[in-house]
Design a protein around this ligand. Structure first.
Ligand code: FPP
Length: 226
């Protein structure tokens, strides 16, 4: 079971409580830790979340700094992830890409967490950071051409940032927005979408169960028929 989440509505959660937007992101990171636990308890084997997109760099500087700090915090939860038998990985624009903007301290936190959790066999938590799906597909096409292979679906799949990331079984988007953004466009083909009015910090286990039920009800249908 592969659940992918667009974690939307942190800002709205905070504004409704007359708190700064950054407080919403802090609550969002804490709720992500809860959702990870909920998914582990349900034996979900893949959870992929949209932490920061290539488009998010236009946000105010202070908000970006806060979100980057939260990524360092999340990737620092190594002890917790090891207790849960969760392997963490990252998907995004390669750090050596000329357009990449990930600061060194975030890169280091990401690399260390990946290395320190690599032996875990339970769930794989993939965090998308400085990620854009169209750029991923364009890069994959470039790499197929460079390798001299014929361009087909299987070659493109093999050249995505994380070729082992399985197809998504259900995409969750919080906060009432019924759209996909630039997230896993290749990997969500045919997958059902679970939209909820709840903001990301409010997402709870019951909602995870609804998403899983939706995925299960679609299971077994031929991909092109989903
Ligand atoms: C969406 O809410 C949230 C983001 C773009 C920020 C990234 C997510 C988190 C900080 C929570 C998980 C944490 C980590 C470290 C992966 P928004 O700001 O777009 O909310 P709004 O639409 O209500 O303004």
């Amino acid at each position: 079971m592969h659940i992918a989440c667009i974690m939307d509505g942190n800002g709205r959660w905070a504004t409704r409580r007359q708190l700064p937007r950054t407080a919403g992101h802090t609550a969002g990171e804490e709720n992500l830790a809860e959702i990870v636990r909920a998914c582990v308890r349900r034996r979900v084997d893949w959870l992929t979340v949209f932490g920061f997109s290539t488009e998010n760099w236009v946000r105010p500087r202070g908000e970006i700094r806060h979100i980057l700090g939260l990524h360092r915090k999340l990737f620092g939860r190594v002890e917790e992830l090891n207790d849960l038998d969760v392997r963490i990985q990252w998907i995004g624009r390669p750090f050596d890409d000329p357009e990449a903007r990930t600061p060194r301290y975030v890169q280091r936190a990401i690399e260390r967490a990946i290395d320190d959790t690599r032996h875990n066999k339970g769930m794989t938590l993939t965090v998308a950071f400085d990620y854009g799906s169209r750029a991923e597909i364009v890069d994959a096409a470039r790499r197929v051409i460079e390798s001299g292979e014929a361009i087909d679906e299987s070659a493109l799949t093999r050249h995505m940032y994380l070729p082992d990331l399985p197809p998504v079984d259900v995409l969750v988007r919080t906060s009432g927005e019924q759209r996909v953004s630039n997230f896993l466009l290749w990997q969500t083909q045919g997958a059902p979408f679970h939209f909820t009015e709840k903001t990301w910090p409010e997402l709870d286990e019951a909602e995870v169960d609804r998403a899983i039920a939706l995925a299960v009800s679609h299971h077994g249908r031929p991909t092109n028929d989903r």
